[in-house]
Design a binder for this molecule. Structure first.
Ligand code: PLP
Length: 480
């Protein structure tokens, strides 16, 4: 690594990225390429001799960017957001610059200690109970994704129980969730070996905006116990992926406590909103949880990846995930004086991800972060009001955060034609390249999802997105 060469090349790269952001609105938001497009544009083998950076950047411009879907575009409204920011970007840059691998405390004490401190900061901002702080038996850890977070806590819950009842009971373990829980839990169950028949996917309550009904959880657990099965884990969600439903944490937590099963709360998207006092009530009841997760990389200006997980009992994670090979032994770990995050996650190696979260919290400050969330929610509310003014559309489920679920109502309001026209509308809108939205299905209805949350989105983008939707809807309706 020649420092001067790095300086020169990195300056060029920063210029390239700054220009990318400057021009981001000129790209089609959803990439319009066909599968396999890149094979036709790039050679079959790597070069034998070095090539100039400028040639690579020219290829990025001409060949790579057309195949990029621009998640940071202000016209990106699909899925949930995946924020970047100047602070997040600088933190990533610094992390790449230092490029250490912080699996044990000794491999970079600052990485472990900063992660503990920053997750304690964020826990305090979210007003999580003190048991989640690193000062007690619990603590926070940065995982790559919410999927990894739920996997490690499910492993911890499984091993807690198997230590007690014996490994042969694996086939009897039962996991509970709702039909709105993210598929990440299903994958976690597959990995930890919960029998597919023992994954209880309970029907959410359509009268309560698709939240999980405590009564159905209670009944399912008690009937499983009667059948000789062993309930181990409930995953509740605050802000479900389809429609931002919020499961009633307090009642659910009381039930899990009474049966002694692990209670995990997945607030991957909506957790960020809970930094604002007026939205904090959505995680009321988190005191009852054994673990809580939110993705700072979704809606808290922290570049991907940064999924914050807190547990009340870190020893459960460590017992499930720790290994202690000779080649990693060291004085601090042997003396039990330090946290070794390798024992809180699946991989051994880990990046210095706390740097970017630390930079986000410091360079913006809580006040600005709260305004940022409030602004997106206000923009989503505005979009919802625009829909309400057009009788051809309906808002399908009440908006809580910055996601609006809506659909076009065709002249024949039967489900099949409504589903078809909304499917067609989604395709039509996304193939304009002007905006990108996504869909879900709720109670058999095909629904359009408009998630506000890109850092560059302003009111003018909301207004023009609505115009694109209206224009495409008019074209479809007149073709019927
Ligand atoms: N949980 C919820 C509620 C989500 O909305 C998502 C993704 O959108 C996930 C989990 C999975 O997220 P990840 O990609 O971090 O695994």
């Amino acid at each position: 690594m020649d420092a001067e060469q790095l300086r020169e090349n990195a300056h060029k790269m920063v210029d390239f990225i700054a220009d990318y952001y400057k021009n981001i609105e000129t790209f089609p938001v959803l990439s319009q390429v066909e599968p396999g497009y890149l094979h036709k544009l790039l050679p079959d083998s790597a070069p034998t001799h070095p090539e100039p950076l400028q040639d690579v950047l020219d290829d990025v411009q001409a060949k790579i960017l057309p195949g990029v879907t621009h998640w940071q575009s202000p016209d990106f409204f699909a899925y949930y957001p995946s924020n970047s920011s100047i602070a997040g970007f600088l933190g990533e840059m610094l992390s790449a610059g230092i490029n250490m691998v912080g699996f044990s405390w000794i491999t970079s004490p600052a990485a472990t200690e900063l992660e503990m401190i920053v997750l304690d900061w964020l826990a305090r901002i979210l007003k999580l109970p003190d048991e989640f702080l690193s000062t007690g038996q619990g603590g926070g850890v940065i995982q790559g994704t919410a999927s990894e977070a739920v996997l490690v806590v499910l492993l911890a819950a499984r091993d807690n129980v198997l230590r007690r009842v014996g490994k042969d009971a694996l086939g009897k373990l039962v996991v509970y969730s709702s039909d709105q829980t993210h598929s990440a839990l299903q994958k976690a169950c597959q990995i930890v070996g919960v029998h597919p028949e023992n994954c209880r996917v309970l029907k959410s309550d359509t009268h309560c905006d698709y939240a999980l009904s405590p009564q159905s959880v209670d009944e399912a657990i008690s009937s499983d116990i009667d059948a000789g099965l062993i309930p181990i884990f409930l995953c509740a969600t605050v802000g479900t992926t389809s429609s931002t439903a919020v499961d009633p944490l307090l009642s659910l937590g009381k039930i899990t406590k009474s049966y002694g099963i692990w209670f995990h709360v997945d607030a991957a998207y909506a957790g960020s909103a809970c930094i604002c006092p007026e939205y904090r009530h959505y995680i009321d009841g988190v005191e009852e949880a054994d673990s809580f997760n939110m993705n700072a990389h979704k809606w808290l200006l922290t570049n991907f990846d940064c999924s914050a997980l807190w547990v009340k009992d870190r020893s459960a994670l460590i017992q499930a995930l720790s290994t202690n090979p000779e080649f990693l032994k060291n004085k601090a770990s042997q003396a039990n004086m330090v946290v070794d995050y390798k024992d809180w996650q699946i991989p051994l190696g880990r990046r210095f991800r706390s740097l970017k979260l630390w930079m986000v919290l410091r360079l913006y400050g809580l006040d600005n972060l709260q305004s940022y969330i409030r602004n997106h929610i206000a923009l989503a509310k505005h979009f919802e009001e625009l829909i309400a003014q057009d009788p051809r559309f309906e808002v399908v489920s009440p908006r809580k955060f910055s996601l609006v679920c809506f659909r076009l109502l065709p002249p024949h309001k039967d489900d099949d034609s409504a589903n078809k026209i909304n499917h067609d509308l989604l395709d039509a809108v996304n193939s304009t390249g002007k905006i990108f939205i996504s869909h879900t299905v709720l109670s058999g209805k095909y629904i359009l999802r408009f998630a506000v949350g890109a850092p560059l989105t302003e009111e003018r983008h909301i207004v023009s997105a609505w115009k694109v939707l209206q224009d495409e809807a008019s074209a479809l309706l007149s073709s019927l």
